[in-house]
Design a protein around this ligand. Structure first.
Ligand code: FES
Length: 269
């Protein structure tokens, strides 16, 4: 049978498209939200103070491996390996895993390639670049580390839920004994751990690791169940990505405002 060669679509100039919709709205919103988040989090990382309030700890600083905090795991002050002339805050170590995980996320890559690099600015919209190398060359080949960042951030989830547990124990100002309670901050911190878990378990790499690589999944009932759960969550990965991103920043703001005495944490229980 004779082969039919369809003509290639013509190259479009930057921004050219036959799309009649407002295709530029989504990349613009992504650009504004992501830029605002990056500016705020970088500022928060450099502060090194007001990241805890009583039993509350900001997720931007969790875990505190070294630092002047009652939450510190290994000691006060700077880590022993940290150059003395360099500024240090606990968030600089705490954010390595989650930062790498989010930066290399398949969903975010699609979003920020469009919004920040116009590569392309939208589906079926002309881009400014002439060549396309994909993610096969440095530095974008590093995006393939996503799977490994996913393994690292799995370790953060129990830590974040432990932070939520600690946020339920308040020191009695008279007896100095810790008592169970729930404040608005407890709910904020618990919601943060929950949103980050939904983001983690809806990850494409997580879905692949729990069962996506198997040829005949039905022969592994446990994997099949995990895969079905991850697949169901995966449908909403975009929503979890944005909810968890905004909530991490809000949780830091909440703890910071309480610590600075600007906001008062209301006790519910
Ligand atoms: S694909 Fe988004 S976190 Fe893995």
């Amino acid at each position: 049978m004779a082969q039919v060669h369809l003509p290639l679509a013509p190259q479009r100039g930057f921004g050219e498209t036959s799309r009649p919709d407002n295709w530029w709205v989504e990349p613009l919103v992504v650009f504004l939200v992501l830029s605002s988040f990056l500016v705020y989090v970088n500022w928060a990382v450099l502060q090194g103070e007001h990241f805890e309030h009583g039993n509350y700890l900001s997720p931007v600083y969790s875990p505190v491996l070294w630092g002047d905090s009652k939450h510190a795991w290994f000691g006060q002050g700077k880590p022993p390996f940290w150059p003395s002339f360099l500024l240090y805050t606990p968030a600089m170590l705490a954010l390595v895993g989650p930062g790498g995980f989010r930066f290399t996320c398949y969903y975010y890559r699609g979003s920020y390639y469009k919004s920040f690099w116009a590569s392309p600015p939208g589906c079926a919209v002309g881009k400014p670049h002439k060549t396309y190398t994909g993610e096969r060359a440095f530095p974008l080949i590093m995006q393939n580390l996503h799977r490994y960042f996913m393994y690292v951030t799995l370790l953060y989830l129990p830590i974040l839920f432990h932070d939520a547990w600690l946020a339920m124990w308040f020191e009695n100002p008279v007896t100095h004994v810790e008592e169970f309670g729930i404040g608005v901050g407890t709910l904020v911190i618990l919601a943060n751990a929950t949103f980050l878990s939904l983001y983690q378990f809806s990850c494409h790499s997580f879905r692949h690791v729990v069962g996506g690589f198997k040829d005949i999944l039905s022969r592994s009932p446990v994997r099949k169940t995990l895969y079905d759960c991850a697949s169901a969550l995966n449908c909403n990965h975009q929503k979890y990505a944005w909810t968890s991103l905004v909530w991490v920043a809000f949780t830091d703001v909440y703890v910071r405002m309480c610590s600075m005495g600007v906001w008062t944490d209301l006790r519910i229980l």
